[in-house]
Design a protein around this ligand. Structure first.
Ligand SMILES: Nc1ncnc2c1ncn2[C@@H]1O[C@H](COP(=O)(O)OP(=O)(O)OP(=O)(O)O)[C@@H](O)[C@H]1O
Ligand SMILES: [Mg+2]
Length: 228
């Protein structure tokens, strides 16, 4: 099984802040759905942004798609091949309409306008979102925006999906649909989620962010239930 991502001993702090990541290490292999749990503020979203080079660690090594990545130019390919769905859809959607938001990635990858629009229609159809095609993005509901961010990332046909709280704001029906969509995808993925049931249904492996590190166990409180 080939190793897609390997982060080793990552340390990270926001400016003038304490260490958020303190020796975080993990690998992601082809075909895996790695779920990451952990308390609010544990550093999960920070870690996803470190993987794609939006945040630069103080120390540690990032190996992505077979190459060491350290400088900004190294991360161009990582951002193309690892599609990050942000925790907050408003960090991701910035075009006037849904179609333009989804077309943005493919156009940026050099697709023609016609090719990009064909991808938009295909992705919208796969996610059963065709009716949203010409809607004004900022007028969508929270759950609708969440689904559009997933569409925008899938449109880039990434090799790896990095999904930060993908079930946020989704109703039961859409959550079930999202689960089926993710299970049907061939890509390896990292799923950050507080939703235990969703994690259990999708995870091929689960780790927990504790004290800035990823541990191969789930936090449990005295009653034997997960604490996060
Ligand atoms: N831009 C920032 N500047 C300073 N501190 C930040 C910034 N973003 C996050 N933090 C802090 O870094 C820590 C980790 O935040 P992060 O968002 O990675 O946590 P998380 O595990 O994703 O939490 P949640 O489950 O609530 O989404 C928190 O203490 C947070 O307050
Ligand atoms: Mg987060």
């Amino acid at each position: 099984m080939s190793e897609l991502l390997k982060l080793s001993d990552i340390h990270f702090a926001y400016p003038a802040g304490p260490l958020v990541l303190c020796g975080a290490s993990f690998s992601l292999f082809e075909g895996e759905r790695l779920c990451i749990g952990g308390h609010n503020g544990a550093g999960k979203s920070t870690l996803l942004q470190v993987i794609v080079g939006l945040l630069r660690p103080l120390s540690g090594n990032i190996l992505a798609f077979g190459s060491e990545r350290s400088e900004e130019k190294d991360f161009f390919e990582v951002r193309r091949r690892a599609g990050l769905v942000f925790q907050d859809p408003d960090d991701q959607l910035f075009c006037p309409t849904v179609a333009e938001d989804i077309a943005f990635g493919p156009l940026n990858l050099g697709k023609s306008r016609d090719e990009a629009m064909a991808i938009v229609d295909d992705v919208l159809q796969r996610l059963d979102l065709t009716g949203f095609r010409d809607r004004i993005t900022h007028k969508l509901s929270g759950g609708e925006k969440r689904l559009v961010t997933l569409a925008a990332v899938l449109a880039m046909q990434p090799d790896v999906l990095l999904l930060d709280e993908p079930t946020n704001a989704l109703d039961v029906e859409n959550k079930a649909r999202l689960k089926d969509i993710l299970l049907s995808l061939p890509q390896a993925m990292i799923l950050v989620s507080h939703d235990h049931r969703f994690r259990d249904e999708l995870a091929t492996r689960t780790v927990t962010m504790i004290d800035g590190q990823l541990l191969e166990r789930e936090p449990r409180c005295a009653a034997g239930r997960e604490a996060d």
